[in-house]
Design a protein around this ligand. Sequence first.
Ligand code: FEO
Length: 171
Amino acid sequence: MISKKILDLLNEQIKKEFHSAYLYLGIEAYFQEKGLKGMANWFRIQAQEELDHAIKFFEYVCEVGGLAQLGTLEGVTSTYKDPLEAMKASLHHEQYITKSIYTIVDAANEEKDYKTNSFLQWFIDEQVEEEANAEDNVRNLELVKDHPNGLFMIDREMATRVYVPLTPAGA
Ligand code: FEO
């Protein structure tokens, strides 16, 4: 059985991952309304991935005999000044999630909780990719600024992203 401290952190992380999905649906809504369907697609898939992350934490808590807690989600905005602001919100959020994962890793290390530490390695790697993708999005938009042709190209590129479900453990 894992400690109460680790369990609480994992339960908080379940909520943070669901909140991530909510945040990204808000960004999708912004892009849908602006007619930037490719960017909207990208954030829908991002939201789906966040739900996978939440479930992955949820399943781990259940697997180790803990009681999974599902806290109340706060509302998120669907309004941004421009596409760049939305992309930056995504990047800042991923940086926050990375720190949150590291906090759990540090706590697991302190308690010599090898099981949780091993479980979290997947998320450490995932966050490298999450931050890199968000940084690319910000950089690309900074390059094109508000140039319509550039926005069109980025939107078309982001339309090609497809959702790949996580492989269930043991499959
Ligand atoms: Fe679940 Fe985008 O971090």
